[in-house]
Design a protein around this ligand. Structure first.
Ligand code: DGY
Length: 323
C-alpha cells in the first residue's frame, strides 16, 4: 500500500513505514503543495501523512478513498474534521510528546520579552551597545508575578510548572472546563476570562484554534489587561488579532508580546511588530527539537500503520467514526 508524505520527515518515521511494507513517496520541494498537487499525489495513495497542509472539504471529497490521514502535529485546525468523519476517514494527531518543548518555547518567549532580549541583541548588531546606564534597558521582574493560562491542558500545565519552579508565580487559568488536577498540583485558580485578562502579569495562550477562540485576544481584551502585562502565544496566530495587538502595543495598553505563531505565517519581514523593542517573534518552532520531532513523526507513522491495517489509530481526533 502507498503513503504520500507532504514534507521531509525524520528518517526513523519513514523507516517505520517501510518496515511495515508500505511504499512511501515524500514531497521534497521546500514549498507547500497546492490543492491540485495534493489531490494529484493522493490519487493512487492509500494514506496521507500531512505536515502543514490545508485539508479542506474539496480535498477530502476528491480523496475519499484515503484509508487514513495522519497529521504531524497536535493541532488539527487545518483539517475539516466533520467532512473526514462523514467520509469515515480516521484522522490522527500527535498529542503529549510536544508538551515539554512547546512549553519551553513559551517560557523562552516570556523571559526574552520581559527583558527585551531580541531587541537588545539587534542593538548590539547595529553597533548601539553604548555605555552602561543604570536607568536604561530595564525589563520586567517575573518573580512572584501572576501567570494566566488561557487553555490549561498538557502544554499549559508544563508552562505553569516551569513558571512556578523558576519564579514562584501564582497560576490562574481559564478553560471551557476546570482542570482539577492542575488546581491540586499547582494550586491553580480557575477564573473568568475577564478576570484572566485583568489579573495576569503574563498571559500565555495554550488553547486550540476553534471558532470560539479565533480572534479572542482583540482590542477589547487587550484594553482589559494590565499596562505591565506580557502576552505570549505559542498556540495559533489567529487566536489573537494581530492588528489589534500591534495597536495595543503602540498605545502601551500592554507591556510586551512573545509570539511563536502569527497570522499569516510566515510573518512579513516588514511587519511593525518586528521593529518593537518589547516584542519577540519566533517562526513557529514550538515543537522544534530533534527529540520531539522524531517522537511526533513516529506517532504519525504508527497512526498510518494502524489505519492501513483497519485498526483504531493510537491517537485519533475523530473517534466517533469507530462507533
Ligand atoms: C502542532 O503540533 O500543532 C504544532 O503547532 C506544529 O504545527
Amino acid at each position: 500500500m502507498k503513503v504520500f508524505v507532504t514534507r521531509i520527515l525524520p528518517a526513523a518515521a519513514i523507516a517505520l513505514l517501510e518496515a511495515a511494507g508500505l511504499e512511501v513517496t515524500q514531497w521534497t520541494e521546500k514549498r507547500k503543495l497546492t490543492q491540485e498537487e495534493m489531490i494529484a499525489h493522493c490519487k493512487d495513495a492509500d494514506a496521507l501523512l500531512s505536515a502543514g497542509q490545508l485539508i479542506n472539504k474539496e480535498f477530502l471529497l476528491a480523496s475519499k478513498h484515503l484509508k487514513v490521514i495522519a497529521l504531524h502535529s497536535v493541532g488539527y485546525d487545518n483539517v475539516d474534521i466533520d467532512t473526514a468523519t462523514a467520509l469515515k476517514i480516521p484522522v490522527g494527531n500527535t498529542p503529549g510528546v510536544l508538551s515539554d518543548s512547546t512549553a519551553d518555547t513559551a517560557f523562552l518567549l516570556m523571559l526574552a520579552t520581559s527583558r527585551n532580549a531580541f531587541y537588545m541583541h539587534q542593538r548590539i548588531l547595529n553597533g548601539e551597545w553604548g555605555f552602561f546606564e543604570p536607568t536604561a534597558n530595564l525589563g520586567i521582574e517575573l518573580h512572584g508575578s501572576t501567570l494566566g493560562i488561557y487553555g490549561l491542558g498538557k502544554i499549559g500545565l508544563e508552562m505553569a510548572k516551569r513558571c512556578v519552579g523558576a519564579y514562584h508565580m501564582k497560576i490562574i487559568y481559564h478553560n471551557r472546563s476546570r482542570n482539577e488536577d492542575a488546581e491540586k498540583e499547582l494550586n491553580a485558580t480557575y477564573v473568568s476570562f475577564e478576570e484572566l485578562l485583568q489579573q495576569s502579569d503574563v498571559l500565555s495562550v495554550h488553547t486550540a484554534l476553534t471558532p470560539e477562540t479565533e480572534g479572542k485576544f482583540n482590542m477589547d481584551a487587550f484594553k482589559q489587561m494590565k499596562e505591565t502585562a506580557i502576552f505570549v502565544n505559542t498556540a495559533r496566530g489567529s487566536i489573537h488579532n494581530e492588528a489589534d495587538l500591534t495597536e495595543a502595543l503602540e498605545q502601551k495598553l500592554i507591556w510586551g508580546a512573545g509570539l511563536d505563531v502569527t497570522n499569516p505565517e510566515p510573518m512579513s519581514p516588514q511587519n511593525p511588530l518586528l521593529k518593537m523593542a518589547n516584542v519577540c517573534v519566533l517562526p513557529h518552532i514550538g515543537s522544534a527539537t530533534v527529540g520531539t520531532r522524531n517522537a511526533m513523526a513516529r506517532i504519525a507513522a504508527d497512526n498510518i500503520i494502524a489505519g492501513l491495517k483497519g485498526e483504531k489509530l493510537p491517537h485519533v481526533v475523530n473517534p466517533e467514526i469507530y462507533s
